[in-house]
Design a protein around this ligand. Structure first.
Ligand code: MN
Ligand code: MG
Length: 648
């Protein structure tokens, strides 16, 4: 008892002394007021409210706004003044989101469970993410209509020339300064979304909305925001952090946005990374990963699915009549730690947040457990980046089956149908349990969503044999170049290359040789014009000719230019299906009653001798062997992953 009182006294004295020494005018009153303002960010929540993984139908301590909410309340209690913002990607991305969109529906006046949960937390403002557009504009308006917080977005323009949302607004706030006096401060808030939404959600936006470049939109609106009296400006930027020259139209534009005069604070997102921290951002000029700054301005990225709370503490001082950011610190506070390779929750769930969405959660549990059919084989993605794989092949099979039926009376009925599909759950930033794993036996709706997590719709492109080869070359960029001369142990997979861009094309046979340089960089640009990784590309046992014609089944993201794949830039599309890929997979299984997707080695890696090629996967991989190659477990890898080598 005594010692704790003593310690508190010492602390209080220490704080007062520090304040006096750095702020000598304090005791004299209001001459140089200092306002400490804490800015809080959630981003990319994707309808993750409960700490629950609906795909595994099990509790999950790594997700959920109910957990982040406890961090919010803690962070608020530590601060005199705070504002809470959300950075978008709210209404799509979990089976709860799908349940609302596809089973329950959203009428005007309905309250989306994500919004109900957020309303409990008194957000000050939010912005739109790209996934807000996945279910169409009506759904978006109805879903967000009941939000008790405003939404801003400056770069989506309706057909009538107005922005879809208010581009910006001013929060007129009264904060308490360090001397205990009230200070009126106008906080300007402006929002941005990747302009690529018009390609990714073409079917929902064509003729209804266009987009403009993020930095152009900022240059257009920030001066107005300042003229309207904003003392400081916070950018809600649903866009990530990337280096390189600005060309305009960047998907990840936060670093360029930081150069815009008048913007003081940048909340980022979309990439599902963490900032400050996050080794993905090392060595980008202008980015300070430790301090959490972009060109010297404070910035955060709060992970995804509620994994982190972004936090920026600002010291605002008055410079004449103008408030300015005199000092700051940034932080990304996690809802869990990994201790001895195990996930350990750092906070309990907030009961009020869960109560607000309880009905939706319960209905979703019922929905995801509905049976669809059975599988005769295990369907998992543990080796999907190194070998032919049943989880990808099931998608490819279902797509071909669906399109063959849809096009059987069309002008294209005699063209060979190939089917492109990529592993979506393949570890990476999702963690060591972020894999598909379904045991032989019954398949339920939760398994459909596990196999195909995105609400993509089916598209068909008509392309040449040469384009098929280039498409595969683009995919093969997932591999680091293996140096045979150097030998020894070498990592096979490039961690910056998203698994969803590793398209496997079923219907042709090929080998991938990772000892060759990649023809394409991570953005789909040809960087090694003479390099070829795709070998022995055949169709029906014969080499694919450059001028041969093929139909390739893919999705709206890819066919519209997502990932910049050769032959998939929006101009080659010959069929736009009304159905979701996931629904096609579901129908396929219902029709067949039992499926047995085959990993038949239609593609394989060329394995050089004298080099140990390694990759990481989830701990449960040890229950299975990949098709066509042999792998051996080497030991534990960081963050709960397990390291393997390709044994031949
Ligand atoms: Mn997102
Ligand atoms: Mg996004």
């Amino acid at each position: 008892m005594t010692s704790s009182i003593t310690r508190r006294r010492v602390l209080q004295t220490g704080v007062a002394a520090a304040a006096l020494s750095t702020l000598p005018h304090f005791a004299m009153g209001q001459a140089n007021p200092v306002v400490k303002l804490r800015i809080l960010e959630t981003t990319d929540l994707h309808v993750n409210i409960f700490p629950y993984d609906y795909y595994r139908d099990a509790a999950d301590d790594t997700v959920g706004l109910a957990r982040t909410a406890t961090l919010v309340k803690g962070a608020r209690s530590e601060a005199k003044n705070s504002l809470l913002f959300d950075n978008g990607d709210l209404i799509q991305g979990s089976p709860l989101g799908d349940f609302v969109a596809y089973r329950q529906g959203m009428k005007k006046g309905d309250v989306h469970p994500m919004v109900a949960a957020m309303n409990v937390l008194n957000y000050d403002c939010g912005t739109l993410g790209n996934h807000e557009f996945n279910y169409g504009l009506d759904f978006l308006q109805n879903a967000l209509g009941a939000a008790k917080f405003p939404l801003v977005c400056a770069n989506v323009i309706k057909a009538n020339g107005e922005t879809l949302q208010k581009p910006w607004l001013i929060l007129d706030r009264e904060f308490v300064d360090e001397a205990g006096a009230k200070q009126k401060i106008k906080v300007g808030v402006i929002g941005f979304v990747p302009p690529q939404i018009v390609q990714w959600d073409k079917a929902n936006l064509d003729g209804k909305a266009t987009t403009i470049d993020i930095v152009d939109a900022a240059n257009k609106h920030v001066p107005d925001l300042k003229k309207a009296g904003a003392d400081i400006v916070v950018a809600l930027c649903h866009s990530g952090i990337a280096g390189g020259e600005r060309k305009g139209g960047e998907e990840n534009a936060a670093l360029h946005l930081a150069k815009v005069d008048g913007i003081d604070v940048i909340l980022t997102g979309h990439q599902h990374f963490v900032f400050p921290g996050g080794k993905e951002f090392n060595n980008i000029p202008g980015v300070d990963v430790k301090a959490g700054t972009l060109h010297g301005k404070p910035a955060v990225m709060a992970g995804f699915w509620g994994s982190h709370l972004g936090l920026i503490d600002l010291d605002l001082t008055k410079d004449g009549n103008a408030w300015k950011v005199a000092n700051f610190r940034t932080e990304a506070r996690p809802i869990y730690d990994r201790v001895d390779r195990k996930v350990v929750a750092k906070v309990d769930s907030d009961a009020t947040v869960m109560a607000a969405a309880q009905a939706g959660h319960d209905a979703t549990l019922k929905y995801v457990r509905e049976p669809v059919g059975t599988t005769a084989v295990p369907i998992h993605s543990y080796y999907s980046l190194v070998a032919d794989d049943a989880s990808v092949k099931l998608v490819a099979e279902a797509q071909s089956w669906y399109v063959a039926d849809q096009l059987k009376a069309s002008a294209f009925k005699d063209l060979p149908i190939l089917s492109a599909a990529a592993p979506f759950k393949a570890g990476g930033r999702g963690g060591p349990n972020y894999f598909t794993e379904i045991k032989p036996g019954p398949l339920a709706i939760k398994d459909m969503a596990d196999i195909y997590i995105y609400p993509n719709t089916i598209r068909v492109v008509k392309i040449t044999g040469a384009q098929v080869r280039e498409w595969l070359e683009r995919s093969a960029g997932i591999y680091n170049q293996i140096d045979v001369a150097k030998g020894g142990e070498q990592e096979l997979i490039n961690p910056k290359f998203p698994a969803y861009n590793f398209d496997v094309i079923a219907g042709v046979q090929y080998k991938i040789d990772p000892t060759q340089a990649s023809r394409y960089d991570d953005n789909g640009k040809v960087v090694n014009a003479d390099a070829h990784r795709i070998k022995d590309l055949t169709y029906n046992g014969k080499p694919v000719a450059d001028d041969q014609q093929f139909l390739v089944v893919t999705n709206n993201y890819r066919a519209g230019g997502g990932g910049n794949f050769p032959g998939a830039d929006g101009t080659t599309m010959v069929f736009e299906a009304p159905d979701l890929t996931r629904d096609a997979i579901m129908r396929y299984i219902i029709e067949k009653k039992e499926v047995a997707p085959k990993a038949d080695g239609s593609w394989s890696l060329a394995v050089p001798s004298g080099v140990t090629m390694t990759f990481t996967t989830g701990p449960n991989a040890s229950a299975y062997q990949p098709a066509g190659i042999k792998v051996e477990k080497m030991g534990d890898a960081p963050e709960g992953f397990v390291k393997y080598k390709i044994a031949g």
